[in-house]
Design a protein around this ligand. Structure first.
Ligand SMILES: Cc1cc2nc3c(=O)[nH]c(=O)nc-3n(C[C@H](O)[C@H](O)[C@H](O)COP(=O)(O)O)c2cc1C
Length: 195
């Protein structure tokens, strides 16, 4: 007996799932209630030791413009010779989708659970946010860009010292049909262990 009432639609979803382009995303995004539901599904993720070594920060409405202004100021500091176009891009960076969720890894040294496993759980969580958003009929994409690797940008987002930005999940509706990409060939990836 299957665990799903409608296995074929679940399989069809998994078979066709793909990311949206942040460049071609529009609204509507999830309502606050829908976002809560999406995140409640997302936290059902493998987590060795039940540490919940992660958290979320959401960006909606005007807050997306305010963080964009901060990113642009930092971008100017890092690249004083870059033109107005790249500054405008950074100002609008978070405005590309109606809702952006930062998935934050707060992995820390633990007597039993390796850091790596905690970080992998955060990666699984980020993908689960994407899946849960897509299952709700939204489009989504996972972006890190330079802001995940610049200390000043990470502080602007609200991360503290031991935290890492696993990703920003942009959630909205694609304004154009999603394009797929060639997928890896499983036969090239799989070997059968023969001892
Ligand atoms: C950790 C991580 C970071 C990523 N960061 C970016 C990024 O900064 N910019 C980008 O265009 N795509 C980024 N991607 C790729 C997209 O999220 C996505 O995987 C890609 O567009 C292919 O989409 P697919 O889900 O349909 O395979 C990242 C993916 C991962 C796993």
């Amino acid at each position: 007996m299957t665990r799903f009432n409608d296995t074929s639609s679940l399989l069809a979803f998994l078979k066709s799932r793909k990311s949206a382009s942040a460049k071609a995303m529009t609204g509507p995004g999830p309502t606050p209630a829908q976002l809560r539901e999406i995140l409640a599904l997302a936290v059902r993720v493998p987590d060795h030791g039940k540490l919940a070594p992660w958290r979320f920060i959401s960006f909606t409405g005007e807050a997306r413009a305010r963080i964009g202004d901060k990113f642009a100021a930092r971008w100017k500091e890092l690249h004083p010779d870059h033109g107005d176009d790249s500054l405008a891009f950074m100002k609008g960076f978070m405005m590309r989708a109606p809702v952006v969720v930062a998935v934050v890894s707060r992995a820390a040294t633990h007597p039993k659970i390796p850091l790596w496993e905690q970080q992998m759980s955060a990666g699984a969580l980020a993908f689960n946010v994407e899946l849960a958003a897509q299952a709700h009929g939204f489009d989504a994409t996972w972006i890190t860009d330079w802001v995940a690797y610049d200390d000043a940008a990470r502080k602007m987002i609200g991360l503290v010292d031991n935290e890492h930005l696993t990703g920003l999940i942009f959630i909205g509706k694609a304004s154009a049909p999603l394009e797929d990409r060639p997928r890896p060939d499983v036969d090239q990836l799989l070997t059968e262990w023969s001892g």
